[in-house]
Design a binder for this molecule. Structure first.
Ligand code: NDP
Ligand code: KPL
Length: 314
């Protein structure tokens, strides 16, 4: 399949390597010039479960898109949430009437941005539990296992066939994908996971395993999940709080305990802005709109923003 990946960060690189190795026609587009130049020169260097490899994958910046650039069959977006609109604006000439766009970003509300650039029936929404660490330009560390859930934004449409083809292509590449019957539920469930692990590990400056070992983890998780559930209920999403707690608890025992969530990597390691407004911040804003109290999500959002200012993110 002809696949363009927007964002050659940790996750974009993981997906690009796996899909390229399986023989797909993969191209990367990224706005971080030193990253683009490094990958052009040396390929992507990956430490893959301890094994070191270089994968040579074509990469350009949005400014380098040629006037006659071919439109992709599938675009996978792996920018940060707050970069999505600018990236889609920068590449809009490669989004044609037959281009599908799969969004696997953490956080909520991305379909509204996608709809500005992509016909509704061509939008595929999803989540992923794969992890990645961007160590330096063109250099990633990849470990652990993960999966992908995805579904058409308009599930009833006859565009499901292509979505199922994408599921097949991702799974053939070892990315463990499945077609979801209720991706909006999965997005809320994943946001609840990020609203606990990402924000707490960033405030506490720890990895997932360390958070799980604290006595407070259980109460914190349950309070935060309850807020996601209360707000979700106003939007027709009835989160099974016990199941979501169990799902998050499993990350304290599995093979990503040493992972520092992407929000930690952004703020603590790279001194970059976080996606908090799309995770706990989204629940806090929706809570205000629906008259649902969200004290934990509101406090976490304020603390992360305060920390962004202290760290002086760029
Ligand atoms: N990392 C993970 O384990 C997981 C991440 N996700 C989600 O996937 C999406 C992509 O995340 P992820 O791959 O981690 O993002 P990265 O931060 O690794 O990369 C995203 C983009 O940010 C820019 N960038 C990254 N690092 C720097 C830097 N040091 N200086 C300047 N620019 C930089 C680059 O684009 P540009 O120059 O255009 O800004 C890059 O393409 C997010 O929504 C995230 O929440 C989901 C599951 C797990
Ligand atoms: C690893 C995981 C699932 C939880 O933190 C994630 O989504 C992230 O790092 O952003």
């Amino acid at each position: 399949m002809k696949i363009t990946i927007l964002g050659a960060g940790g996750m974009g690189s993981r997906f690009a390597i796996k899909l390229h190795k399986k023989g797909n026609d993969v191209k990367l587009i990224d706005g971080w010039q030193i990253n683009v130049d490094t990958i052009k020169k040396n390929g992507i260097f990956a430490n893959f479960n301890g094994e070191e490899l270089f994968e040579y994958i074509p990469i350009i910046s949005p400014e380098e898109i040629e006037k006659d650039e071919q439109q992709a069959d599938l675009i996978i977006v792996f920018t940060k949430s707050y970069q999505l609109r600018e990236m889609l604006q920068g590449v809009k000439q490669i989004i044609g009437p037959n281009t599908y766009v799969l969004c696997l970003l953490n956080g909520m509300g991305h379909e509204e941005v996608l709809k500005e650039f992509v016909p509704k029936q061509n939008i595929l929404l999803g989540i992923t539990m794969w992890t990645a660490i961007m160590e330096a330009p063109g250099r990633v560390k990849l470990f652990g296992t993960g999966d992908v859930e995805m579904q058409n934004l308009e599930p009833g449409s006859d565009h499901k066939k292509f979505a199922e083809e994408v599921v097949g292509v991702l799974s053939d590449a070892g990315l463990n994908a499945r077609y979801s019957e209720n991706v909006k539920y999965s997005i809320y469930r994943k946001a609840a996971l990020n609203g606990t692990l990402n924000s707490l590990c960033t405030i506490l400056e720890c990895n997932i395993g360390q958070l799980g070992k604290t006595k407070e983890a259980e109460t914190l998780l349950k309070e935060i999940i309850a807020e996601f559930a209360a707000v979700g209920a106003k939007e027709g999403i009835n989160l099974d709080q016990e199941e979501v707690y169990e799902h998050i608890y499993q990350t304290f025992l599995g093979d990503i305990t040493e992972h520092y969530p992407s929000m930690y990597q952004d703020l603590i390691k790279n001194h970059r802005p976080t996606e908090i407004d799309f995770i706990n911040g989204a629940i806090s804003s929706k809570g205000t709109k629906y008259g649902v109290p969200t004290p934990y999500c509101t406090l976490l959002t304020q603390l992360i923003h305060a920390k962004e200012q202290i760290i002086n993110v760029s």
